[in-house]
Ligand binder design. Structure first.
Ligand code: HEC
Length: 272
């Protein structure tokens, strides 16, 4: 019996998935300590550095067309940034699809500034030495929704479809471990190592999928957006990674954000 248990544990550790149950997250002393630590740090949040960089990138003419992004329509009209992040993902008629904030920003960089998607999605995520421009711009745009209630619209049929598709993807099990997002994020009180895993199917915990993102990640000291977070979770799920700014990621983000609707977004934050 003990032998079998040890073997099971060894297999889990070898797979990089040490798996333990914890008491309900709210009573979790480790999580509570970390929240305190984060609160102190967020008073001087390094994310502000990327906000400033993102604002410069938004207002300064750039790209092959030497245009700024000030005419970019984030859903509230060309150039309106305030409150836009809290109301995305949403449907955009010009592309006839639902887009999350980063997908829309990349779209504007292509259409207004003349960048090519091939170049923007070559290395889309931050490293210790490089922050891609869409990451800084998304951080700037997100900051302009700090203190606002999340209100991703669910009016257009494609917005409703995106929610339904996102929900389906969230619960879709496959891959070498037969995991879905819900295996890790659809149950109360689960954790991996010291990280509590929020249950995103519940509104009061779903806010954790939005809050603090884009986030300055203490591990590595880099700025990351939700495009990165979700892509990295695909890796944890042992799934092939979805395309950067793809409809798959916008649909998942629609599902997560709509579940958190009505709660107040605090702006870019700090993550472990
Ligand atoms: C094998 C378990 C596992 C699977 C499967 C998984 N995740 Fe995660 N997820 C994690 C871990 C671990 C974290 C990081 C927690 C931390 O660092 O605090 C995380 C964090 C997140 C976060 C950020 C939460 C926060 O508190 O900031 C989101 C959003 C997320 N996952 C979404 C997804 C989605 C969507 C899927 C399916 C495509 C998915 N995850 C699949 C383990 C998983």
């Amino acid at each position: 019996m003990r032998h079998a248990l040890l073997l099971g544990l060894a297999a889990a550790v070898a797979a990089g998935v040490p798996w333990t149950q914890a008491s309900a997250q709210m009573d979790d002393p480790v999580a509570a300590e970390f929240d305190k630590f984060r609160e102190v740090l967020e008073k001087d949040n390094p994310a502000e550095l990327w906000e400033v960089k993102g604002e410069q990138l938004w207002t300064t003419p750039g790209g092959p067309k030497k245009a700024s992004l000030e005419k970019c329509d984030l859903g509230l009209g060309p150039g309106v940034v305030k409150g836009a992040y809290a109301q995305m993902p949403r449907y955009f008629a010009d592309v006839d699809r639902v887009m999350d904030a980063e997908a829309r920003i990349v779209h504007c960089m292509i259409t207004l500034q003349g960048y090519e998607l091939d170049k923007l999605d070559d290395k889309p995520f931050s490293s210790a030495t490089h922050t891609p421009d869409p990451v800084s711009i998304t951080t700037y745009v997100a900051a302009q929704s700090a203190g606002m209630k999340l209100a991703p619209p669910q009016n257009h049929p494609k917005e409703k479809a995106a929610y339904a598709i996102g929900k389906e993807i969230f619960h879709y099990r496959a891959g070498s471990y037969d995991f879905s997002c819900a295996s890790c994020h659809g149950v109360d009180g689960q954790r991996i190592r010291t990280q509590p895993l929020p249950n995103f199917t519940k509104p009061e915990q779903a806010i954790r999928s939005v809050q603090g993102w884009p986030g300055y990640r203490m591990t590595g000291g880099v700025m990351h957006t939700l495009q990165w977070r979700l892509t990295d979770c695909y890796r944890q799920q042992r799934f092939p990674e979805p395309g950067y700014t793809s409809e798959t990621l916008s649909a998942l983000l629609t599902y997560l954000t709509v579940n958190a609707s009505g709660q107040v977004y605090k702006g870019p934050g700090i993550k472990r």
